[in-house]
Design a protein around this ligand. Structure first.
Ligand code: UD2
Ligand code: MN
Length: 279
């Protein structure tokens, strides 16, 4: 077995879900389990407004690293379907474009993803995909992201907070919000930029987050980090069955720490003033 044990990281949660780090799994063995199952992986990515500029690198690098050897279907949500770049793909991989309206607020674009993901699962994915990952477009793949990440409900630890104590997590702290997490509660701070799981697992997550987001909005409340706050609340109540380490969503501006043996996916450095409709 090629896997070596690691003593510098925690590889299991207190509810006994694996925390996936390089060196804790044998991808050959995992592929031997999943390849014969002939599964399809859906990946959603939103490229609305100026974020269309990130799509080409996202797709090119995904074609090098994301579930290579598996059937993959990308769903690109955009208001600029004519600007979706052409990227050559292996014949078991394809891309579908879904037209969506733009918005003047980036917060709304980001948050509305939950509703669109829910609808996609209901209307298009049932019987056509087994697992789904929902990913930020302003990011690139740098290393393999494969079947070791599969699970019913999968969350990624936010790279900004994996070494912090709970009191530093930027959860929604106002009890009026449905994303509220009280002081002293919460497990990890998860990122909104990458999550996934089985269709059923993600459908329930998206449906719940969307309802809570809308109920908040009807009362004039927007959680501190929009859908990311609602996702964190959801994952606190409904524990993820697999947790991915920050290898699965790093940030290019962050210096690498010794625990990080590989970067699989990472957010590019962006000039917010230049790309967001409102700042
Ligand atoms: C790494 C990470 O976890 N990032 C999260 C973080 O900030 P980020 O700064 O990463 O948010 P962001 O600006 O990347 O927006 C999230 C995503 O929404 C889409 N988008 C956004 C604006 C726009 O004009 N057009 C467009 O297409 C695009 O796919 C983008 O990747 O907090 C946000 C809170 O709302 C989301 O939870 C992000 O996922
Ligand atoms: Mn982002």
């Amino acid at each position: 077995m090629s896997c070596v044990s690691r003593r510098d990281i925690v590889a299991v949660t207190p509810w006994l879900a694996p925390i996936v780090w390089e060196g804790t799994f044998d991808s050959h063995l995992i592929d031997n389990i999943y390849r014969p199952q002939n599964i399809t992986i859906a990946a959603t990515v939103f490229a609305v407004g100026k974020y269309i500029r990130f799509l080409q690198d996202f797709l090119l690098t995904a074609e090098q690293h994301f579930f290579i050897g598996y059937r993959v279907v990308y769903y690109v949500f955009t208001d600029k379907p004519e600007e979706v770049p052409h990227v050559n793909m292996a014949n078991n991989r394809k891309l579908n474009v879904v037209s969506v309206p733009s918005s003047n607020r980036w917060q709304e674009i980001s948050a509305r993803r939950m509703e669109l993901i829910q609808t996609l699962i209901e209307e298009k994915l049932r019987n056509h995909a087994d697992y789904i990952y929902c990913l930020d477009v302003d990011s690139k793949f740098h290393g393999p992201w494969g079947a070791e990440s599969l699970g019913h409900l999968v969350a990624v630890i936010h790279p900004g907070y994996y070494g912090s104590t709970r009191s530093k997590f930027t959860y929604e702290r106002r009890s009026v919000s449905r994303a509220y997490i009280a002081e002293g509660e919460g497990d990890f701070y998860y990122c909104g930029g990458a999550f996934g799981g089985s269709l059923k697992g993600v459908h329930t997550l998206a449906d719940t987050c969307r309802r809570n987001f809308e109920a908040d909005a009807a009362e004039g409340i927007e959680a501190a980090w929009q859908e990311e706050s609602h996702l964190n609340r959801y994952m606190w109540i409904n524990k993820p069955t697999k947790v991915l380490s920050p290898e699965y969503l790093w940030q290019d501006f962050k210096p690498r720490t010794p625990e990080l043996k590989i970067i699989r996916f990472s957010g590019v450095i962006k000039n917010y003033a230049d790309i967001r409709p409102n700042k």
